[in-house]
Write a protein that binds this ligand. Structure first.
Ligand SMILES: NC(=O)c1ccc[n+]([C@@H]2O[C@H](COP(=O)([O-])OP(=O)(O)OC[C@H]3O[C@@H](n4cnc5c(N)ncnc54)[C@H](OP(=O)(O)O)[C@@H]3O)[C@@H](O)[C@H]2O)c1
Length: 430
């Protein structure tokens, strides 16, 4: 009988995900799906004395994650610290430079430095795996990088941030404003004390940038993403969108066209019956459109200790199985350059909310202005809202180029009867 190899695992970061992983490995000492066994042989975090949900007293402690990453006792380095730079990046680079396999859940690191890290990993023949970085427990990375490599993916789009989805779901369900629901989410631990990465759309942008790279065989280019978060979503828009048959979701999308790649994150309207509109609470959901396969839809928990640790454990299994693949869809040296598409050239339908004076002729003036600007109206809704300074009117447009739409909005904004800047939301192309 051949002896199973024991892989000595160094874990840096013992927060939500690190705790989840150590708990999982402690509860499943026989976890050996690929034959080898994983045994944690060193840990690193900021504070050695902080109470943890598991006992680390018997494990070698490293103040410096770089020292753990390069220790002769570490066969695989697991980075669960977070952040695009600083100790996480230094430790991952150190491990890869030493030829050690790296598993990470760090989407900021991969989205912002993925190309250079992939080149380093491949030059050393060391795997760099990050299943947990996108959609937590849903195997989106593997699916796009491996299972769909025989297809030609045209677009990926979905809900990639559970905190935003939870906030939008609660706003609609309880009729409370964004700030109130966010404060409650922070109290309940669903949102970070500093919620900027989540509600600003940056976390979703990191994830969709990674998916774009995996799907289209290009280097990740987070800097090219167009990003709008949910802080400006008003309850009134949620209610009016619903009256029109839509639900507002934070939709992250990446589309490939002959012109290049367009990566965007926007609060967007999805038809009420659409699976994206149905994915409520903290769920994540993703559509992948392949030229040969057609549409694939997956949904599941995008965060949390259990699901995310399961994804990290799956990457550990791949390391133990000796699986060697390019970090992205193609070897780092042959990733195609990412050509960003100018978002103003994108074509789509839109929702516009105007606050207008309650006087005759306003609707005609708005309609004429839009028609002159080349924007065709699909539906129109006027609603009296108590205590509102003006009368809200809402319209949806037929598909129009974003540059034409923006020019039309400027013209509408300057009409004397229009009281505030029109609110623009996109209707998701899903
Ligand atoms: N939370 C999720 O559900 C989830 C889901 C998917 C992906 N991720 C990703 O997983 C990673 C970890 O997230 P998390 O939620 O587990 O974060 P977290 O709870 O904030 O934990 C971060 C850990 O990193 C440690 N740390 C911070 N600075 C350090 C340093 N200089 N040296 C060593 N350790 C340091 C902290 O130490 P102390 O404990 O001593 O403070 C803590 O244990 C991030 O990249 C995140 O984006 C998280």
């Amino acid at each position: 009988m051949t002896q199973q190899k024991t892989w000595r695992v160094g874990v840096a970061g013992l927060g939500t995900v690190g705790a989840g992983l150590l708990t999982f490995l402690a509860e499943h000492p026989d976890f050996a799906p690929a034959g080898g066994r994983a045994s944690v042989t060193g840990v690193s975090a900021r504070s050695r004395s902080r109470p943890r949900p598991f006992d680390i007293s018997g494990l070698p402690w490293f103040d410096d994650p770089v020292a753990l990453a390069t220790s002769a006792e570490t066969d695989v380095f697991v980075e669960l610290i977070g952040g695009s730079d600083g100790p996480a990046k230094a430790a991952v680079e150190a491990a890869l430079s030493a030829g050690k396999p790296v598993v990470t859940a760090n989407k900021a690191l991969i989205a912002e430095h993925g190309a250079e890290l992939a080149a380093l990993a491949e030059s050393k023949g060391a795997p760099l795996l990050f299943e947990a970085a996108v959609m937590g427990g849903v195997p989106a990375v593997k699916m796009v990088r491996e299972a769909l490599v025989g297809d030609e993916i045209k677009s990926v789009a979905g809900i990639l941030n559970g905190t935003c989805n939870y906030i939008l779901t609660e706003m609609e369900a309880t009729g409370r404003a964004f700030a109130e629901v966010l404060a409650e989410a922070q109290r309940l631990g669903y949102a970070e004390a500093d919620p900027t990465m989540d509600v600003g759309g940056f976390d979703a942008a990191h994830k969709i940038s990674i998916l774009a790279a995996l799907a289209f065989g290009c280097a990740p280019n987070y800097a090219a993403a167009e990003i709008e978060g949910i802080a400006g979503v008003e309850l009134l828009d949620i209610q009016l969108a619903r009256d029109l048959g839509y639900r507002i979701k934070l939709v992250a999308s990446a589309d490939r066209s002959p012109d290049g790649v367009l990566v965007r994150v926007h609060p967007s309207l999805a038809p009420l019956a659409h699976p994206l509109a149905q994915a409520g609470g903290a769920l994540n959901a993703l559509f992948i459109e392949g030229r040969r396969t057609g549409r694939i839809f997956v949904q599941g928990p995008g965060a949390g200790a259990g699901p995310t640790a399961a994804a990290v454990a799956a990457d550990l299994a791949d390391v133990m199985a000796g699986a060697v693949r390019p970090v992205f869809q193609a070897p780092a040296a042959s990733l195609s350059p990412f050509t960003p598409v100018d978002p103003s050239k994108s074509i789509g339908r839109a929702y516009l909310r105007l606050s207008v004076k309650d006087e005759p002729g306003v609707i005609a003036a708005v309609s004429e202005t839009l028609a002159e600007a080349g924007v065709s109206i699909e539906s129109f809704l006027q609603k009296l809202v108590e205590n509102a300074s003006g009368v809200p009117i809402v319209l949806t447009t037929h598909a129009v180029a974003e540059s034409v739409l923006k020019a039309a909005i400027e013209r509408i904004a300057s009409l004397p009867a229009v009281l505030d800047r029109p609110r623009l939301l996109r209707i998701a192309r899903i």
